[in-house]
Design a protein around this ligand. Structure first.
Ligand SMILES: Cc1cc2nc3c(=O)[nH]c(=O)nc-3n(C[C@H](O)[C@H](O)[C@H](O)COP(=O)(O)O)c2cc1C
Length: 187
């Protein structure tokens, strides 16, 4: 099995979130394919891009490069999202990535009775984050991904979070160790 690792850790090698992601992925026996959003530097969808994609969608030209990130996500059996807690959620690069992934008739479709039904293959999505303060359950980034997983038909979502890392005087390594315990329990 292959894990798709969506890396939204914008601070690169300095990122504590990336550190946790790497530890999680090293413990997994599966191959890892990484999408590095800082390196990709995706452009947000504008009117011309929406029009172009709609044209390709209507023609069902799924081999067009505009669908490449969506096809990769849809085919992945296991997904890991690594994203620091920014402004109550996650870096905007991750939202832009979702604009590329969230394609009708690839990631989801509508049934004859007009229900939205997810058609992604992944059996689970693991969301790994670190936060400057104690967010006490208000992790809207993770909650948003729970909604996305539901929409895309991914049955299981899991959260690993190290909180309080920017609090003056806090033992950062101890906070990271708590997250490592969460990782160990995930199995
Ligand atoms: C742009 C930006 C926005 C942030 N917003 C929040 C926030 O809303 N709440 C919070 O507790 N910490 C916030 N932080 C702090 C980060 O969550 C914290 O430093 C995190 O550990 C960064 O992860 P990293 O080391 O992987 O980059 C923010 C940091 C940045 C750079």
């Amino acid at each position: 099995m292959t894990i798709l690792f969506v890396n939204a850790c914008m601070r690169g090698e300095q990122s504590r979130t990336l550190q946790l992601c790497r530890e999680y992925l090293e413990g997994a026996e599966d191959d890892v394919v990484e999408v590095d959003l800082a390196a990709l530097d995706l452009k947000p969808f504008d009117a011309a891009m929406v029009a172009y994609r709609t044209e390709k969608q209507t023609a069902r030209e799924w081999d067009d490069p505009i669908f490449a990130l969506s096809r990769q996500f849809v085919e992945a059996e296991d997904i890991v999202i690594g994203a620091p807690y920014w402004d109550l959620s996650f870096p905007s690069a991750l939202k832009i990535y979702l604009e590329y992934v969230s394609v009708c008739d690839l990631a989801f479709h509508y049934t004859e009775d007009a229900r939205c039904e997810g058609i992604c293959k992944a059996r689970r999505l693991t969301y790994i984050t670190t936060c400057g303060g104690f967010v006490e359950g208000a992790n809207y980034g993770y909650e948003y991904f729970c909604g996305i997983a539901k929409m895309f038909g991914i049955p299981e979502t899991r959260l690993v979070a190290a909180e309080g890392l920017d609090i003056v005087g806090i033992d950062v390594e101890a906070r990271l160790d708590k997250a490592r315990e969460q990782i160990a329990q995930l199995g």
